[in-house]
Design a protein around this ligand. Sequence first.
Ligand SMILES: *[C@@H]1O[C@H](CO)[C@@H](O)[C@H](O)[C@H]1NC(C)=O
Ligand SMILES: *[C@@H]1O[C@H](CO)[C@@H](O)[C@H](O)[C@H]1NC(C)=O
Ligand SMILES: *[C@@H]1O[C@H](CO)[C@@H](O)[C@H](O)[C@H]1NC(C)=O
Ligand SMILES: *[C@@H]1O[C@H](CO)[C@@H](O)[C@H](O)[C@H]1NC(C)=O
Ligand SMILES: *[C@@H]1O[C@H](CO)[C@@H](O)[C@H](O)[C@H]1NC(C)=O
Ligand SMILES: *[C@@H]1O[C@H](CO)[C@@H](O)[C@H](O)[C@H]1NC(C)=O
Ligand SMILES: *[C@@H]1O[C@H](CO)[C@@H](O)[C@H](O)[C@H]1NC(C)=O
Ligand SMILES: *[C@@H]1O[C@H](CO)[C@@H](O)[C@H](O)[C@H]1NC(C)=O
Ligand SMILES: *[C@@H]1O[C@H](CO)[C@@H](O)[C@H](O)[C@H]1NC(C)=O
Ligand SMILES: *[C@@H]1O[C@H](CO)[C@@H](O)[C@H](O)[C@H]1NC(C)=O
Ligand SMILES: *[C@@H]1O[C@H](CO)[C@@H](O)[C@H](O)[C@H]1NC(C)=O
Ligand SMILES: *[C@@H]1O[C@H](CO)[C@@H](O)[C@H](O)[C@H]1NC(C)=O
Ligand SMILES: [Ca+2]
Length: 577
Amino acid sequence: MRSAVWTTIASAALTCVQALTLDDVCTPSYVSAHLPSDGFYESITINSVSVTANPVTNVSVSDQTFYPDAVFDYCNVTFTYSHVGLNDTVLLTYWLPDPNKFQNRYLSTGGGGYAINSDDESLPGGIIYGAVAGKTDGGFGIFQHNAISTFLVTNGTMDWQNIFMFGYQAIHELGVVGKAFTKTFFNMTEEAKLYSYYQGCSEGGREGWSQVQRFGDEFDGAAIGAPAFRFAFQQVQHLYSNVVEQTENYYPPPCELQKIFNETLLACDALDGRTDGVVSRTDLCSFNYDIDAVIGLNYYCAPAAASAYAAATPEQNGTVSAEGVAVAKKILDGLHDTDGKRVYFSYTTSSSFNDATTVWNETSQEWELSITSLGGSFPEVLLNLQNGSNLPSLDGVTYDTLRDWIYEGWNRYSDTLMTNWPDLTPFKKAGGKVIHFHGESDDSIPTASSVRYFESVRQVMYPGQSYNESVEALNDWYRLFLVPGGAHCSANSAEPNGPWPQTTLAVLIDWVENGDEPVTLNGTVLQGENKGETQQICSWPLRPYWSGNGTEMECQYDQKSIDSWHYDLDAFFMPVY
Ligand SMILES: *[C@@H]1O[C@H](CO)[C@@H](O)[C@H](O)[C@H]1NC(C)=O
Ligand SMILES: *[C@@H]1O[C@H](CO)[C@@H](O)[C@H](O)[C@H]1NC(C)=O
Ligand SMILES: *[C@@H]1O[C@H](CO)[C@@H](O)[C@H](O)[C@H]1NC(C)=O
Ligand SMILES: *[C@@H]1O[C@H](CO)[C@@H](O)[C@H](O)[C@H]1NC(C)=O
Ligand SMILES: *[C@@H]1O[C@H](CO)[C@@H](O)[C@H](O)[C@H]1NC(C)=O
Ligand SMILES: *[C@@H]1O[C@H](CO)[C@@H](O)[C@H](O)[C@H]1NC(C)=O
Ligand SMILES: *[C@@H]1O[C@H](CO)[C@@H](O)[C@H](O)[C@H]1NC(C)=O
Ligand SMILES: *[C@@H]1O[C@H](CO)[C@@H](O)[C@H](O)[C@H]1NC(C)=O
Ligand SMILES: *[C@@H]1O[C@H](CO)[C@@H](O)[C@H](O)[C@H]1NC(C)=O
Ligand SMILES: *[C@@H]1O[C@H](CO)[C@@H](O)[C@H](O)[C@H]1NC(C)=O
Ligand SMILES: *[C@@H]1O[C@H](CO)[C@@H](O)[C@H](O)[C@H]1NC(C)=O
Ligand SMILES: *[C@@H]1O[C@H](CO)[C@@H](O)[C@H](O)[C@H]1NC(C)=O
Ligand SMILES: [Ca+2]
């Protein structure tokens, strides 16, 4: 029989454990004593002397893209590890919640562009749900480092270790170390369930898929936005608008393209059943609207001073030309080779023509080609092996050159950067869940790129089943959501009334831990007069339509619309997943 004394001691001990504060555990000595033990992961050694730890309190975040407003405390921990035999140094950062707020969760986060992390921007997304949140520098040097400048040992010689780390290995090690560290830090038993998640967009979305495709049991759930995953296609595609301008020999003033874009939004807004400034149905827009209608309309833009991101522009006052519309149409049509075969697809009709931005030459008083560096750096560094930040020129570059660059990059990086492996059987078997979303007005990664991957996974994993059967089976664990009006990895200032899936990690946690399947994805209006309004986002292939004069949003099955998102990339013999 248990004595009253023992009960008292036991409950005192319990109280004591619960009263443990951040300050008690957020010290270098506590962290050093709770690092994963040596040999927990073959081939890496944690450098225990590198540990730093400091509590950070009363942090408040608001108006963020991937998590709601919050106030929180955390323990800021960093340490490094090396690969056995390589003498390299990879820096990890983990934010750990207060022991009383920890909810047996771990979150890995990713980066954007050629950066492998998002500095401190993504980590609060884990802390506010009681998760330890981690990021890595991939061994490339400092956080926010543009990794592409580390991809060569010297001009002409690849640094394959860095490419391999960027491709998938660094994010994998972040998760493996992070999960083991979380368990020891919080004294979890071997058997206790630690839920593990991933959240990232753009390059961070590619990083998420790189794990789901290779390491079936690394994450219980992944929230992935607009992934830059069909890498060679994606990067070279950025140059397509420039090559259209060069081929057509017309360099539109930015204001002319902005006018075409503005008129498209106006003309296509109501086609989705609601006049709200949001083009929720870009498919209906491309069926029903011809941008020829803009030819002859006046455009005007006031002069603008140079900013950190753009050169100065003069006053622009003119009328939309047939040449300008021809350039815009060719861009929207997507890349074809000179035999007329399709190489890739483009942005939706409601996306801005960002890649086509020209630059004003003061001397010649003319608009000139401005090579987009996101596009140009790929052939310059990863194909030509020159350690630059862009191609020096596009002289002699044709549509066929772009096709050949894609092919070369696809072939060369198929096991590192091309992140579109379509068979996700190990992840599915391990019970993983993916929420994949993509803005329908994304001007940096074509929305159709995500649709193509979803459909590839469906076809590869559910052969012989009808379309509806296979979609239903896939949706048990992988869902794709196209966000009406959404821009590239953010809400869109040009379509402020559209929803944005700000709470996706919460929805994912609910799916993984409670089995609540997201039949629609929770969206929030993040700006403008309707800020804070909740709207649901349809699960592909269902398409949004507002009935009842714009009062009731329905998710409809529309075969013609679905078909319009599928492209035959017949410029290649190889299947493009
Ligand atoms: C937390 O920060 C807010 C301002 O962001 C301040 O008003 C408040 O007093 C702070 N609370 C504590 C406990 O420091
Ligand atoms: C977290 O720790 C690192 C390494 O000590 C430090 O550079 C960084 O400023 C810290 N961040 C905060 C918010 O304390
Ligand atoms: C490892 O790198 C350190 C500096 O980062 C250097 O001092 C040391 O000599 C290197 N060791 C080997 C075996 O290359
Ligand atoms: C590549 O260029 C970057 C600057 O953009 C520089 O930091 C780096 O050392 C260069 N690498 C090589 C191998 O030349
Ligand atoms: C883990 O257990 C140790 C030893 O009992 C204790 O000192 C420490 O406070 C515990 N940490 C947490 C987070 O519970
Ligand atoms: C396009 O619309 C935006 C938002 O209404 C406006 O600020 C901009 O001036 C317009 N641009 C042109 C060229 O009409
Ligand atoms: C643009 O040019 C037209 C004709 O050249 C002129 O009538 C109009 O006032 C100009 N608009 C502005 C805002 O300067
Ligand atoms: C600007 O135009 C002048 C005159 O045509 C030309 O010599 C110069 O190369 C141009 N500058 C750039 C940066 O293209
Ligand atoms: C490597 O290539 C870049 C880009 O072409 C060039 O700027 C740099 O000078 C080259 N470095 C060396 C050492 O030749
Ligand atoms: C597929 O399902 C949709 C409803 O989601 C339905 O409207 C459509 O008719 C179905 N197609 C077939 C071929 O059964
Ligand atoms: C859905 O978003 C609204 C804000 O628009 C938020 O209040 C609610 O908590 C979210 N629901 C989930 C499940 O994330
Ligand atoms: C439909 O909604 C618009 C506002 O969106 C309103 O102006 C119009 O009167 C409504 N029409 C009907 C028939 O209710
Ligand atoms: Ca609308």
